[in-house]
Write a protein that binds this ligand. Structure first.
Ligand code: ADP
Ligand code: ZN
Length: 791
């Protein structure tokens, strides 16, 4: 017997190996294996097993890793789809489906030494500086491989042993079963009696699950038709429900139904919303009773050991439910009955490095491949998903009201142009917002203030020559951070001290002005306005560790904080009954960015943040401070009118052929030499033009008419019978143009944007074009299919 193996080294190719007798029966599709490659030994995944090979003189597989196959055949199929659709090498896609900690198992994971932080009892001992540094590194990670630690801390094993002697760490040779939430006390929570709307939604989901049970849409093994997969008969639902409408309760009961059918479930939550609160709700429901099961948690803040354990709990079917961020969509749940994608509009579902997949879209494809029902939930669905409902591809479920008829918070727009009049520039707090905060403090209610920008001031300018402090590596201004008196680049992390005089050699003016505002300044000014209020700030600068995050949320919940200031970190998923006021400091901040989704993003953010108010008995109030108060994104958000927003936004997208009217592929060329980058981009453009050449001759433009289904496009071959490239009749190519952020981390970037409805087919052409491309040294090309950010 022989095995086809996809090697971990990027070769875009599979190789055949022979299965030696001693490994017979141990090698299967999805097995991870070590094989010889030239003089090296490399790792790979078996993608198929066959009786014979076209090649002679095959080398044998050296060994098999792990007792079970690590990549299940279904996940393998999914990885293949990702490689094809997102235009990346199969081995890159395969790498993404397994957590690093699981992939590394072959190196004798369990035999290696781990250093684990132990709880400190009593007073923390006084340590020499070096030991203290090493301790901090261990404590931060809770557990780390000894070898990794030695490298990271540039220390020796004897230093670590000294920490062990003091009882601060333990050095062990195996991974323990760590439950990241073990110390939390979980009370069982029985299912709630659903209201009418909820019950109807659950009923529809259950019906679809029953239909899938009958064999409905299951794919035949080995058959791959990516684009037809994207157009299901409809076991995909969009649950459009305002915040607090009881969506999570529906997820819980739908999961229970999957368990009853003997199937498992995956719940995707944006990383930022994956709080202990959220996880607890799921664990509590399934912690006892006849549907009792472990709930595995997968996200980026787990230690390597934790991730390893959580993953194996799933693989061994001890955990039937997985809740996690983006990559949890690859969890080996089998059989899979349900996938929930909560806050489906969130951009963090898109991975920003190869493979550049969108977890929501992968979820839908996986659901189709495995006959699982997919439920997308959001208070502010993406235009893409809502559009798919309108076209009948997804079924729409609506929960327009909050549970228990709680009212939506009352939203007031404050025109900051008026507040700015007469004074010296706009104030941070309008008189209206100031008054509202005062009231809350008097009544002992809580306030959330939102500004999506950290730091103190966003620009440092010279009042004389107009010099602005820019990052030397990026085309961005540096942000002033007051506590440490530093200027920082929020993109590349560059830091410099605040200059005493203007940095322009010819000027050296000592009058430097700070403009723009960040959360630090809001905190500062708030402290002056309300000296007695207990104020806390929550942004990436203060929340370095997950313990910090939990502590602040805990303090806020128990009323130890009056006012919480934060960035998007506080916008999502939090539920605090005593918050009756939300202030949005600068609502139009994101509105004027060069991205066709700027309006959509603003609408979503305003709606989400507003939803934090009035989740208890007292009606909530929201103040939205804006300089363009009549912008549709702001006005529709004020009225909580998603459908209104959709109707006007879709018109603009259709006119300009932006998603969802078409799909986008973004090609970015980057390099340190701007001329070379630009030249290469022009070269790529000429190659791309070949895809549309002759369009005029064809002259059969189906203008204004939507091609019935993407599925039709994929079936037409890439090459027509005469061998000339198939043409894309609706393809629009824009660029090359400098990226909105021309320079990032010392690299210049030029972009080309392609728009078509036939994206599956375009991906294939792009794969062909980009692999054949000869780019000058120092210039690289990335392809991003369905990008969520154009910067
Ligand atoms: P969403 O996920 O839409 O924001 P949740 O599911 O978190 O909404 O529900 C909001 C609150 O209402 C939660 O505290 C939840 O326990 C409660 N809740 C949900 N459904 C019901 C119900 N049918 N009866 C009573 N309370 C409910
Ligand atoms: Zn920078």
């Amino acid at each position: 017997m022989i095995a086809h193996v996809s090697l971990e080294i990027a070769l875009r190719k599979e190789f055949d190996y022979f299965i030696p007798p001693e490994l017979e029966g141990k090698v299967d599709v999805g097995s991870r294996v070590q094989v010889p490659f030239g003089a090296r030994k490399v790792l790979g995944v078996v993608t198929a097993v066959a009786e014979e090979s076209a090649h002679a003189k095959l080398k044998p597989i050296i060994k098999v890793i792990g007792a079970q196959t690590l990549v299940t055949p279904k996940v393998l199929q999914l990885a293949r789809w990702i490689a094809e659709y997102y235009c990346c090498a199969p081995e890159i896609a395969l790498k993404a489906v397994l957590p690093e900690a699981v992939r590394k198992e072959e190196d004798g994971w369990r035999e290696r030494l781990f250093v684990r932080a132990l709880p400190v009892s009593g007073e923390f001992p006084k340590l020499p500086k070096r030991q203290l540094e090493v301790w901090h590194i261990i404590e931060e990670r809770r557990e780390i491989l000894l070898n990794d630690l030695l490298e990271l801390a540039e220390t020796t094993a004897s230093t670590v042993r000294r920490l062990e002697d003091r009882g601060l760490v333990s050095v062990v040779n195996e991974v323990s079963e760590r439950d990241p939430y073990a110390h939390e006390h979980i009370l069982p929570s029985p299912p709630l009696v659903l209201n009418e709307r909820q019950a109807a939604a659950l009923e529809a989901i259950k019906r679809a699950m029953a239909a899938n049970e009958d064999g409905g849409t299951k794919m035949e093994d080995g058959k791959r038709e990516p684009s037809s997969i994207l157009h299901p008969p409809s076991s995909t639902f969009l649950l459009h429900g305002v915040t607090g409408s009881g969506k999570t309760e529906i997820y819980l009961q739908a999961i229970a139904h999957a368990l009853e059918q003997g199937k498992g479930a995956i719940v995707l939550v944006p990383e930022i919303a994956l709080t202990p609160q959220t996880v607890e709700r799921f664990k509590a429901r399934f912690s006892s009773g006849k549907l009792q099961t472990l709930v595995a948690v997968l996200h980026s803040h787990l230690s390597a050991g934790e991730r390893h354990d959580e993953w194996h709990k799933i693989r061994q079917s001890r955990a039937r439910i997985v809740i996690g961020a983006r990559s949890a969509i690859f969890a080996p749940v089998e059989p899979l009955g349900l996938v929930v994608v909560d806050e489906e509009h969130e951009h963090t579902y898109k991975q920003e490095e190869a493979p550049r997949y969108h977890a929501r879209d992968v979820a839908i494809v996986r659901g189709q491949m495995e006959g699982a029902v997919v439920v997308l939930g959001s208070a502010t669905p993406s235009l893409e998903s809502y559009h798919n409902c309108k076209k009948g591809k997804y079924a729409l479920l609506e929960l327009p009201e909050r549970v228990d008829d709680q009212k939506m918070p009352y939203v007031r727009i404050v025109d900051m142009r008026q507040a700015a009049r007469g004074g010296k520039g706009p104030p941070i707090f309008s008189p209206q917002l100031k008054e509202a905060i005062t009231q809350r403090l008097e009544r002992g209610e809580q306030t959330i203030l939102f500004l999506n920008r950290r730091g103190y001031s966003t620009a440092l300018e010279c009042t004389q020559c107009g010099y602005v402090a820019n990052c030397p590596n990026c085309s961005l201004t540096l942000t002033y951070h007051r506590p440490e008196q530093k200027l920082r680049c929020h993109l590349c992390g560059y830091v410099e001290a605040v200059p005493a005089v203007c940095s322009n050699e010819k000027c050296k003016n000592p009058q430097i002005r700070y403009s723009g505002l960040g959360t630090q300044k809001v905190e500062d000014v708030l402290g002056k306005l309300f000296p007695k209020a207990r104020v806390r700030r929550m942004d990436a600068d203060v929340m370095k560790r997950k313990e910090d995050y939990r502590k602040v949320l805990g303090d806020f919940r128990t009323g130890k904080i009056d006012i919480l200031i934060g960035t998007q970190m506080i916008a999502k998923g939090l539920h605090f009954p005593n918050v009756t006021l939300v202030g949005i400091i600068f609502a139009d901040m994101a509105l004027h960015q060069p991205d066709f989704r700027a309006g959509e993003r603003t609408f979503q953010l305003l709606t989400q943040v507003a939803g934090r108010a009035g989740r208890g008995d007292v009606e909530g109030e929201v103040f939205v401070q804006a300089f363009t108060p009549f912008h549709p994104a702001i006005q529709f958000a004020r009225r909580h009118d998603f459908v209104g927003f959709y109707e006007q936004e879709i018109e603009f997208r259709e006119q300009l052929k932006y998603p969802p009217a078409a799909r986008v592929a973004l090609l970015t060329l980057k390099g340190r030499n701007e001329e070379k980058v630009k030249f290469s981009a022009e070269h790529v453009r000429r190659e791309l033009d070949k895809l549309v050449e002759g369009n005029k001759k064809v002259g059969r433009r189906v203008s204004g008419h939507e091609s019935p289904e993407l599925a039709l496009d994929i079936k037409s071959p890439i090459l027509s019978s005469t061998g000339s490239p198939a043409l894309f009749r609706d393809l629009i190519i824009a660029g090359p143009a400098p990226a909105p952020l021309l320079r990032a981390e010392t690299f210049y970037r030029y972009q080309l944007m392609l728009r078509t409805r036939a994206m599956s087919r375009l991906s294939q052409s792009l794969a062909r074009i980009t692999t054949g491309l000869m780019l000058p040294e120092g210039v690289t090309l990335t392809v991003d299919i369905d990008p969520v950010s154009l910067s």
